[in-house]
Write a protein that binds this ligand. Sequence first.
Ligand SMILES: [Zn+2]
Length: 400
Amino acid sequence: MFKIIKKDAITKARAGIIETPHGIIETPAYAIVGTHGQIKCLPPSRIPETKTNLVMANTYHLWQDFKDPKGEIANLPKIQKLFGENMPTITDSGGFQVFSHGFGREHGVGKLSNFFPADQAKVRPLTDKGRTLEFRPDKNLVKITEEGAFFQDQFLGPALSIQIQEKLGADLILAFDECTSPHHDYEYTKAAMERTHRWARICLQTHTRKDQILYGIVQGGEFKDLREESAKFINSLPFGGIAIGGSLGRSRSGMFDVLRWAISHLDESRPRHFLGIGKIDDIFESVELGIDTFDCVIPTREARHGRIYTKKGHLDITKGKFQDDQSKLEQDCQCTTCDVVSKAELHRLFKSKDLLAGENATVHNVYFFNNLMTETREAIKNDRLPELKKEYLQPFRGEN
Ligand SMILES: [Zn+2]
């Protein structure tokens, strides 16, 4: 159940709540990622110290971790047990990781990585800016059919993805979609989008748990007419929420065009998730366009490398200049790391490769991002989102 509490006066931002059996998600919210059902360097007992409102795990990894040798999913654990806390959870469909096994990895597409079905490539070479990309048939490549994706002697499709996600029992779950890469042309992106639409219906038909909110996913790559068509179609189906996924174009501004095209065709009453986005400036831009939740590994991954977020910018705590600096990581931070660990102490922990280095840094960074979301929600409620955005973006300009 999603309720909008306050709409921003100038932008399309909204503050709201998503009610789940495991608590209320206040939105806009940042899903902290724990790929295998555990947030790296953050023991479950310390999660409550970080104001975490929503945690995300990856269906593909949990499926691989816990299915039995015959591939049966009967023994998959409840996701709430893994995170060790009674808090709202979200799982992705597993599609993204499956498709990453294929094409994207071979051609270095990176995070928006994708697959390429072997038989398609043979009949229609893929081109990138006039250059034909080499296609190397390999057993790791993913083969897409109407049923789903075949890879490494395994199969994942829309019905199975939903069955796995019902077993894991997250509060928010995602439909199985076919991600496309920025290298895919219009023709292929359209075919993949249409397949995603057919899979969307299968996901809805398969889904039985009324206590979960199933999100449909808008695809269509960087093409305006496809994004609009996909948004209209997914919006017409009885999904509980809508996510924007897939290739978001080749540039940051292109990414927000994609978001704008899609959101303009979504009704206001359902929560919207933006997949894999979470830099500070991207958070503000997305919230202003009407996104309610997103997920990203930035807070946790950067923490493990000693990159500390503060309102004045980043600190690379491993640098020698912090060796004797007894001040707090951030002066007015209320997190439990800042209560007890100075810059000098955290520097020393990183230098000695102490396990508490990553843990303390993760508590602080996760708290920082969750606190940013608290302030964002308050700013929407008080019509001061532009001021907050300015405060945060000034120190991070060009480097976040
Ligand atoms: Zn702190």
